[in-house]
Design a protein around this ligand. Structure first.
Ligand code: SF4
Ligand code: SF4
Length: 155
């Protein structure tokens, strides 16, 4: 599901070639934009070979993302204090893997600051299909967000 992980994985060609390694798996691409659908349809017409460069790219992504990688699926919701977990728990990645300006607005800052009201009830972690320690991830992402915002707000 969500081959490009909601925008955090950026190389559709590599993702497509990797999935083709497993013909018994039916991918649910989970596109966000029509252009992504078109890209996958074009790749289907002429499937690329899974090569060494793609393997290295996946190895780099795996090293960077494994363990703390929130997929943004939202299965952990609802949160009793309204924390937007599916974005907040992966904010550090969003800031660095997508245009960051829209994440630094006053409105988004207020959403992120809700993490300070976390009850540590554990409801989110108990529902996360990836076994993430969601409250810890949120706290780490908030600390990083504050620092990143202070450094980049008016750039
Ligand atoms: S642990 Fe915190 S983030 Fe998770 S559901 Fe409870 S209040 Fe929300
Ligand atoms: S914390 Fe887990 S359940 Fe919640 S959005 Fe991230 S990956 Fe999905």
């Amino acid at each position: 599901m969500k081959g490009l992980a909601g925008g955090l994985i950026t190389n559709a060609r590599t993702t497509f070639a990797f999935m083709k390694q497993h013909p018994w798996v039916v991918p649910i691409w989970g596109i966000q934009r029509e252009s992504e659908l078109q890209e996958f349809l074009e790749l289907e017409k002429n499937p690329p070979a899974y090569d060494e460069e793609m393997k290295q790219l996946i190895a780099r992504d795996r090293a960077e993302l494994a363990g703390n990688f929130c997929h943004g699926c939202g299965y952990c919701q609802p949160c009793p204090v309204g924390i937007p977990i599916q974005n907040a728990a992966r904010m550090s990645l969003l800031l660095r893997r997508s245009p960051y300006q829209s994440w630094l607005t006053d409105e988004m800052n207020a959403e992120m600051m809700k993490i300070e009201n976390c009850l540590h009830c554990g409801a989110c972690a108990s529902r996360c299909p990836y076994g993430l320690d969601t409250p810890r991830l949120l706290a780490e992402n908030l600390a990083d967000y504050k620092q990143f915002r202070a450094e980049h707000l008016n750039k």
